[in-house]
Design a protein around this ligand. Structure first.
Ligand code: NAD
Length: 419
């Protein structure tokens, strides 16, 4: 349970982290004012004819936090708890994230407050197409490029690409990333976030002199990011002792069979009831005796009231914003090494960048090429952030923010102010 409203608001968390990092790099007030808040915020009404004939009005948002270093970039989330503040926070993190991995994008995010699990494919398609037409003035391959996020996927991107292309009169695959391969998607995009998480964990283990082989891992959230990271850690010889999703948690001290768990989740949609495991409660997953914890669900899952129970030595933030600032302080006092979200999960946007480059060039790379390029980007970014962490003696999160915010501030200074 969160302790205070302030800590529960992702936007306030983003602002608090910004201020701490901006202070640390001595950012002047003028530049702060220019880069802290979103450039554009759009809220749209999305009426949808439901399967029973009724019309339901959903609310959607698209926030462009920054286009200083290139087109705004960020996913679209479908979730009952989507709020404008959450979308603003996620858009802000995208800006710093793209700068941390040094790709020429700004930051954006979108979302619709809805419960996709209770909607049919037809309803989801109609909602996606209407939302796309409502945000159409903002998006485009040179302007703002959406991608999948929580409860959206390559099919959602295909609908957006089709709706956008139909209004222009010709196919424009570069308007979204995370598309199906048959529409100009990139090999390796589906696995990119989990793979990037894995590369940063590898680097952190080298730094901490902690062998990955045999390390015990707990994963909170078993969707795209969490399950792929778990699979790669499993392949590398780690023991995944606990996994949770929105329906429940499973635990096995000797290690869960991750390929089988992924298979079961793809068939039944949940991890609950997995053979050769025992059920545990969601809060017990955080207290599991493990070396590495991978939060891969939603924001603010680890906060002042539960951070104290963590036993992991390394926390790898596959999710965006899973730790509140209060949790950060508790983990720091316990000596836990945190790979912050804007570094840890940047593999997704990095391969999105590769996808966009391939679409623009009409020239496609093979999977190994993508993995090699991704590994290079992630390892370089990790080394850059680690250097600031060690040189300036600041937590990894602040170091990552210092790097990202510093690069955006530099671009603002060079561009100057218009008119
Ligand atoms: P997803 O929809 O594929 O998976 C989300 C998972 O979280 C599901 O397994 C769901 O059951 C689980 N979950 C939801 N509420 C939970 C709870 N209370 N406790 C435990 N599990 C819960 O989404 P995803 O794409 O894997 O995104 C997960 C996180 O990673 C989000 O924070 C997202 O912003 C971040 N992220 C994703 C990508 C990407 O490319 N997919 C990139 C960067 C960051």
């Amino acid at each position: 349970m969160p302790t205070t409203l302030v800590q529960d608001n992702a936007c306030d968390v983003a602002m608090e982290n910004f201020d701490t990092a901006a202070d640390a790099i001595g950012l002047d007030n003028n530049t702060r004012e220019m880069i802290k808040r979103p450039e554009r915020v759009l809220t749209v009404s999305v009426p949808v004819r439901m399967d029973d004939g009724s019309i339901h009005r959903f609310e959607g948002h698209r926030v462009q936090h920054s286009s200083v270093r290139g087109p705004a970039k960020g996913g679209i989330r479908y979730h009952p708890q989507v709020t404008l503040d959450e979308v603003k926070a996620l858009a802000t993190w995208m800006t710093w994230k793209c700068a941390v991995v040094n790709i020429p994008f700004g930051g954006a995010k979108g979302g619709i407050t809805c419960d996709p699990k209770r909607m049919s494919q037809g309803e989801l398609e109609r909602m996606t197409r209407r939302y796309t037409s409502a945000i159409l003035p903002l998006i485009g391959p040179e302007q703002d490029i959406p991608a999948p996020d929580v409860y959206t996927n390559s099919q959602t991107m295909a609908w957006i690409m089709d709706t956008y292309s139909m209004t222009k009169g010709y196919a424009i695959p570069g308007v979204v990333t995370g598309k199906p391969i048959s529409l100009g998607g990139s090999l390796g995009r589906n696995e990119a976030t989990g793979r990037g998480v894995f590369y940063t964990i590898e680097s952190a283990c080298e730094h901490l002199r902690m062998p990955l082989q045999g390390a015990s891992v707990a994963v909170q959230g078993f969707g795209n990011a969490g399950s792929i990271a778990a699979q790669l850690l499993y392949d590398a010889g780690a023991r995944i002792v606990a996994v949770s999703d929105s329906t429940g948690c499973v635990y096995n001290r000797s290690g869960l069979n991750i390929p089988q768990l992924i298979h079961m989740k793809s068939l039944c949609g949940h991890v609950d009831g997995f053979p050769e495991s025992e059920p545990i409660l969601p809060h017990e997953l955080l207290a599991v005796d493990c070396d590495i914890l991978v939060p891969a669900a939603l924001e603010n899952m680890i906060h002042a009231d539960n951070a104290g129970v963590l036993r992991a030595r390394l926390v790898a933030e596959a999710a965006n914003g899973p730790l509140t600032p209060a949790a950060d302080r508790i983990l720091e006092s316990k000596g836990v090494f945190v790979i912050p979200d804007i570094l840890c999960n940047a593999g997704g946007v990095t391969v999105s960048y590769f996808e966009w480059v391939q679409d623009e060039q009409h020239l496609f790379w093979d999977a190994q090429d993508i993995y090699n390029r991704l590994q290079r980007v992630m390892k370089t970014a990790f080394a850059d952030v680690l250097r600031i962490h060690l040189d300036r003696k600041v937590p990894m999160r602040i170091a990552a923010n210092m790097l990202g915010i510093g690069r955006v501030a530099e671009a603002v200074r060079i561009r100057g102010i218009y008119p």
